[in-house]
Ligand binder design. Structure first.
Ligand SMILES: NC(=O)c1ccc[n+]([C@@H]2O[C@H](COP(=O)([O-])OP(=O)(O)OC[C@H]3O[C@@H](n4cnc5c(N)ncnc54)[C@H](O)[C@@H]3O)[C@@H](O)[C@H]2O)c1
Length: 344
């Protein structure tokens, strides 16, 4: 297939480009490089000179996106491009709504107008378990029909985008020109590609596993656990960590399985929860470094336990996480960060 990957220079988007190129698809990555990196784009271009192109642009630049969709005859969009930090979204919600919604509508305009108004055929959207907010206890593990009630502007940008996309898909069906729409609600994505070429390089970094690895590598003096009195086995928050390559597998399956006229939402998480302490223990085991850890008060809005009920994605797409051992997930992230002490 011929795929536009927005946010292609970011952590997950670059892994998607790599996998799709390996599978023989034609890929155009688009990124404004606000949080992404030129280096993975150059690496992918050097390996796949004829089937990969990178466009440095904002996804809200409808003319540029339209030009790319038409010039490369792209039929599918994987939309990863977004700002993705909960805390930052609370501090500057309008920036988040402008980037994650207004710009995305610019992208959708291009998706609608391309190919002489016929538009694209498939759209796969990076949604988030943040759309569920703090699910009620009887909805843990979380199924797709759990009420969506975000607790942050970031979560709302994802939920609003789901609604906008569903409305757009409905319009395409009414026009007798249906689109295949998949919304993948990721849990915590972790790890790096096992060939060692791509990794996670965020500034600032807020995700637990890379932050803990930074402590193990001596780039941070210590680490704080926010909340140690939660009603969980060891008192710390519990989350579901899915390896980035397994996550991309879900995109590939959705691309091949969901048909035009279908609108589907799937959670992507392994279905098992790990506590903050379990993750820190894993990073200590993998790195062999016993970095200092401090207990700190709870942070407002943090859900107690969030992990996936993978029943729907298993039965519909046949997706199952292949890398479920937490040490194995952590090791892929650790190896890349150790080999790239200053990131890309
Ligand atoms: N990492 C996770 O655990 C996680 C969990 C749930 C959902 N998600 C979603 O997955 C997607 C990818 O996340 P990531 O961790 O790779 O983040 P990332 O920041 O590494 O990648 C996002 C990329 O999008 C680009 N981008 C942002 N706004 C843009 C715009 N207006 N125009 C062009 N490019 C733009 C950034 O420069 C960056 O390269 C995001 O939509 C995020 O919300 C991530």
């Amino acid at each position: 297939m011929r795929v536009l990957v927005t946010g292609g220079a970011g952590y997950i988007g670059s892994h998607a480009c790599q996998r799709l190129l390996r599978d023989g698809h034609h890929i155009v990555a688009l990124d404004n490089l606000h949080r992404g990196h030129q280096q993975p784009m150059d690496l992918l271009k050097s390996q796949h000179p004829d089937s990969f192109d990178f466009i440095h642009s904002d996804l809200g630049d409808t003319e540029t996106v339209l030009g790319a969709l038409n010039a490369h005859n792209l039929d599918t969009v994987m939309h990863f491009g977004a700002l993705a930090y909960v805390g930052e979204s609370v501090e500057d919600p309008l920036w988040y709504y402008r980037n994650n919604i207004s710009s995305a509508i610019g992208l959708l305009d291009a998706c609608d107008q391309c190919h002489d108004g016929k538009g694209i055929s498939r759209f796969i959207f990076s949604s988030s378990c943040a759309t569920y907010g703090n699910p009620p206890e009887d909805k843990i593990p979380v199924p797709e029909d759990c009420p969506q009630s975000p607790t942050s502007p970031y979560g709302y940008t994802k939920l609003h985008m789901e609604h906008i996309l569903k409305d757009y898909a409905q319009k395409r069906s009414i026009d007798d020109n249906p689109i295949a729409l998949t919304m993948l609600r990721y849990f915590n994505v972790a790890g790096s590609d096992r060939s060692g070429m791509l990794g996670e390089d965020h500034t600032p970094e807020t995700h637990l596993i890379p932050v803990a690895i930074e402590a193990a590598l001596g780039k941070r003096e210590s680490l704080s656990i926010f909340g140690t009195d939660y009603p969980t086995p060891d008192g710390t928050n519990v989350r579901d960590y899915v390896h980035v390559e397994d996550l991309i597998d879900a995109h590939v399956l959705a691309m091949h399985t969901v048909e035009r006229g279908q609108v589907e939402a799937f959670n992507v998480g392994i279905g098992e929860g790990y506590s903050v302490r379990q993750i820190l223990d894993s990073v200590k085991r993998v790195s062999g470094v016993d970095f200092p850890v401090h207990d700190a008060p709870r942070r407002a809005g943090d859900a107690i336990a969030l992990f996936n009920n993978p029943t729907k994605i298993k039965s519909t797409l046949g997706w199952e996480a292949k890398i479920t051992d937490i040490d194995e997930i952590v090791k892929t992230a650790y190896d890349w960060m150790k080999d790239h002490p200053d990131g890309y």
